[in-house]
Design a protein around this ligand. Structure first.
Ligand code: SAM
Length: 520
């Protein structure tokens, strides 16, 4: 505390700020309050902290000046793909819940990122939707993103970020959805930018839900790392408003630090692996304090998202899709071509093999760029080498260069038309490009060559399901089940990125349970 301001003065200013912004500065945070005010005084051209405090107490602060103050008092820290566990619950369970339930109904999805800061959170969700929903163009998606700070909203609309914003983002996502500027920063690509509507909105004072600010009829509200800065009364009021903003069956997502039984008792607690979410449940039943448990990666399927939670049946995850989280990008090393012949054009056979093996080593160590470089050089002298081309296809796919990946796949297939793994890889790449018909053709070729290929059977089932052909999907799922029953539980499935036979069996069981009950 400086000697020019009294504790009582700071307390009064703290109250005024809380009433206008919801921001809560109790006595143990007076130091932060004063620091923010001192910075504001400077920016507003006032001589010192006490003159600004006097101005605030005499209600002499206009809207623009207040904006400056609030900007200096808020924590704006955010980044892309923040909190993996919550994102996994959204990616594997909640979003698929809606896409499955509304596939044959009105295809609308309404999501609100409240307290979005500079936009990294809503853009993360937009990218997730883009990757999860091949038929995105047919959906009416609302992705509303709001914040109190107009300058944060301006920055969010611009969508330009430095490398630090991607500290939790897989490089493949960054490179696929952001353009690198000349200054080394990254800008969200226009098709993702267009998915998000940014607006200024003060959660403490705004009227919501309201059609006027588009805060009504939401399916999912994300309000992460925002409520923690408010007083108890303000939190209760905002959470109450969120409850009313959500449709029946809708979800409230807060950060792990903000979960608390005190504020959310109208909601039903739903536990995912490593994440607790709140669901609006209109059944009137009291929430089990321990919460409802869903294993992550299992979609609670409902024919109608307003259905009673107790009737929810787990459906199916999509482990064969490249998920968004880092683990999904773990590399599976292309089998070492120990027995493969290496053609040598003028170069020594040994040198050639060495550089190929070196490339495999780089790939195994996650040094994709080096692996690609080494392989390209190797390929120049070994143009018929299937292993090199396959590995190049994988690396390009990992790095988001899907067109190039597809070309390498096709070149490898020219050399060996009988490689089921190559058709499988080709199919996965086509899925990433949203070319589902083409993906199905390649997957069928993989199966034609190896009818015991479990991941191909399973993936084809998912592809058929995505195309709205549940009968055909079931055929492939059943074959997968039969094949799996011959394996040990802990056996890793080829081309699965580490999925065990036991885990896939569980997923399949859930799939059948859903199908039987939904009468598909
Ligand atoms: C720490 S950031 C959280 C950003 C993002 N949700 C995340 O978790 O990464 C908190 C944001 O809440 C915003 N905020 C604070 N008070 C607010 C209010 N009364 N109304 C709306 N937004 C507010 C701040 O401006 C800031 O951008």
């Amino acid at each position: 505390m400086t000697d020019t301001v009294s504790n009582a003065d700071v307390a009064r200013v703290s109250e005024i700020i809380a009433a206008r912004s919801g921001l809560h500065f109790p006595e143990n945070r007076f130091v932060d309050l004063e620091r923010g005010l001192a910075a504001s005084a400077k920016q507003l051209g006032l001589p010192d902290l006490s003159s600004l405090m006097k101005k605030i107490r005499s209600s002499g602060i206009n809207a623009q000046e207040f904006e400056v103050i609030v900007f200096n008092l808020t924590i704006k820290e955010t980044y892309c793909f923040r909190d993996k566990k919550i994102l996994e619950a959204l990616e594997h369970s909640i979003i698929p819940l809606y896409t499955m339930a509304r596939r044959n109904a009105k295809k609308t999805l309404r999501i609100w990122s409240a307290g979005c800061s500079t936009g990294e959170e809503p853009y993360t969700i937009a990218i997730m939707l883009h990757r999860l929903m091949p038929d995105l163009a047919e959906w009416d998606i609302t992705l509303l993103a709001t914040d109190l700070n107009p300058s944060s909203i301006e920055k969010a609309r611009d969508g330009v970020y430095n490398q630090w914003a991607f500290r939790e983002t897989p490089a493949i996502i960054r490179d696929s959805y952001f353009q690198r500027n000349a200054d080394g920063r990254y800008r969200v690509k226009p098709h993702i930018r267009r998915m998000v509507t940014f607006e200024c909105l003060n959660l403490a004072t705004a009227e919501f839900p309201s059609v006027l600010n588009n805060t009504n009829s939401m399916d999912i509200i994300l309000c992460r790392n925002v409520l923690m800065y408010f007083s108890r009364e303000v939190i209760s009021r905002i959470v109450d408003n969120y409850y009313r903003s959500l449709l029946d069956g809708g979800w409230l997502v807060v950060s792990p630090a903000e979960t608390s039984h005190i504020y959310y008792n109208q909601f039903k607690l739903v536990n995912f692996e490593g994440a607790t979410l709140y669901r609006k449940d209109v059944s009137g039943k009291k929430s089990d304090p321990a919460g409802v448990k869903y294993p992550v990666s299992v979609v609670p399927a409902v024919s109608d998202v307003t259905a009673d939670l107790d009737k929810l049946i787990p459906l199916v995850s999509a482990p064969d899709k490249m998920p968004l989280t880092e683990s999904a990008f773990q590399k599976t090393i292309v089998e070492s071509p120990a027995s493969e012949s290496v053609s040598t054009a003028g170069n020594s056979h040994e040198d050639s093999r060495e550089s190929y093996e070196q490339a495999l080593q780089f790939y195994g160590d996650g040094m994709n760029e080096k692996a690609e470089e080494t392989l390209n050089a190797f390929y120049e002298k070994n143009r018929e080498h299937e292993g090199a081309m396959t590995l190049l296809a994988r690396i390009c796919a990992d790095r988001g260069k899907l067109e190039e990946a597809l070309q390498w796949c096709d070149s490898a297939l020219q050399v060996n038309r009988l490689a089921p793994g190559l058709y499988y890889l080709r199919s996965v790449i086509c899925q990433e490009q949203g070319q589902l018909e083409e993906a199905i053709i390649s997957m069928k070729k993989a199966l034609y060559l190896d009818s015991d290929f479990i991941m191909a059977n399973y993936s084809l089932g998912n592809l058929e399901l995505n195309m709205g052909r549940p009968g055909s999907a079931e055929k492939y799922f059943r074959t997968s089940g039969i094949l799996l029953s011959r394996l040990k539980q802990d056996e890793i499935l080829p081309e699965s990125g580490g999925l065990t036979a036991g885990r896939l069996s569980e997923i399949l069981k859930s799939t059948f349970a859903y199908k039987e009950r939904s009468g598909d």
